[in-house]
Design a protein around this ligand. Structure first.
Ligand SMILES: *Cc1c(COP(=O)(O)O)cnc(C)c1O
Length: 392
């Protein structure tokens, strides 16, 4: 019998993955925890409170139904897509055909990651925001395409400057990702930007993919818009929605895409060949989630708002330059003069036991910033502010 070991060489697409910029920080975090540091982790964009009870209850009942133990349908249960359409109409006053304009996703990350496989050929360009969610450029790479970074700068309100995209890039651009309310900058986009974007996309034949994962995490009654509210948006784009952040359901893996029917059909064809849909009991829980009384969500928003106020006021009093977010559960803060993003993150970790995310990890234009997540209780948030004060 041959005992020769084969050489298992990773594919180029894996070898060509961009360096994981959080690796150093992860190692330092492990060391700190190993030393017994009482770490306050403000680096994680994962809701820390449980899924509302009525959603869990619906799941408990649905899991006993043997019909749900079989393969789900590829496009998702029509009843879930109808619930998504109802939610969209109530929330944004946008009508969507649940049969052709909505697709269920195993979390929005899954849809974002797969979409370029449906539309990108080698050499095609995908426009991605930077700083931004790392999945956008990686999804472009996995599909054989190239990504072109659109810097999100403070002076532009963290919106991409569409006029700054070079002509040569535009010729090859086929797809654009945008994300508002934005992770990591917490910026929101207004109607004027979406209007400009729809015109731009139509002129240059670019499919717009709007990641709206944080559309329901907002403060002071300032509800973010859907990109699909702008006339013509459905002709040029789709929007990704997630139940993870809104309903504290990150572990359940459920979301949906909505909008342009060709884009929905293309993504659906990829998924039909790769996955077998969402566990139907989870879809039933999703239907329940989408019907959640706004009072329940109001309480979740109030909780984040209280944390936001503590952190914003605390950091501002310490002399840090921070934007007060009107949406998302992140705070985007400038690092003090003389620090890089990494320096400052390391300083807070080692001197205060507070972990943040260095802005450069989201792309080079994020250098000079750190991101704080509002995902710890307000008592711990106060302690974080005290400790940062002592460390500075
Ligand atoms: C959390 C997050 C997602 C992914 O959400 P899932 O639906 O859980 O996959 C997508 N985009 C951004 C910007 C996020 O922060």
């Amino acid at each position: 019998m041959s005992r020769k070991r084969i050489s298992i060489e990773p594919a180029d697409r894996v070898k060509n993955l961009p360096p994981y910029l959080f690796a150093t920080i992860d190692r330092m975090k492990e060391k700190a925890v190993g030393r017994g540091v009482d770490l306050i982790d403000l680096s994680i964009g994962d809701p820390d409170t449980p899924t509302p009870r009525h959603i869990v209850e619906r799941m408990r009942k649905a899991v006993k139904n043997p019909q749900h133990h079989q393969y789900p349908s590829y496009a998702g249960m029509l009843s879930f897509r109808e619930a998504a359409a109802d939610w969209f109409r109530k929330r944004f006053n946008v009508s969507l055909n649940p049969g052709t304009e909505i697709l269920s996703l195993i979390g929005s990350k899954e849809g974002i990651g797969h979409l370029p496989l449906a539309f990108i050929n080698p050499g095609d360009v995908v426009l991605v925001p930077s700083p931004g969610y790392p999945v956008y450029p990686v999804a472009a790479l996995f599909a054989g395409g190239r990504s072109h970074a659109m810097p999100l700068l403070e002076k532009n309100g963290y919106l991409p400057d569409l006029k700054a995209i070079p002509r040569g890039v535009l010729k090859k651009a086929k797809l654009m990702f945008i994300n508002y309310p934005n992770n990591p900058t917490a910026a929101v986009a207004g109607r004027a930007f979406y209007k400009e974007l729809v015109e731009f996309a139509a002129r240059h034949n670019i499919l717009v993919c709007h990641d709206a994962a944080y559309s329901e995490i907002y403060y002071d009654g300032r509800k973010p818009l859907s990109f699909l509210q702008v006339p013509g948006a459905k002709s040029v784009g789709i929007e990704f929605h997630s139940l993870s952040k809104t309903y504290n359901m990150a572990g359940w893996r459920i979301g949906f895409a909505a909008g342009n029917r060709e884009a929905i059909a293309g993504l659906g064809r990829i998924k039909t060949n790769l996955d077998s849909g969402i566990f139907q009991a989870v879809q039933e829980a999703g239907i329940e989630a989408l019907k959640t009384d706004d009072k329940v969500l109001g309480k979740i928003r109030d909780m984040y708002r209280e944390r936001r106020d503590v952190l914003y006021e605390g950091l501002t009093a310490l002399g840090l330059e921070v934007r007060k977010p009107v949406a998302t559960f992140y705070l985007w803060a400038k690092v003090p003069p003389g620090f890089t993003s990494t320096d400052f993150t390391v300083r807070l970790l080692n001197k205060a036991g507070v972990l943040t995310t260095p802005g450069n990890g989201f792309g080079e234009p994020g250098e000079g910033y750190v991101r704080f997540a509002l995902t710890v209780p307000v008592r711990r948030m106060k302690e974080a502010v005290d400790r940062i004060g002592e460390a500075l």
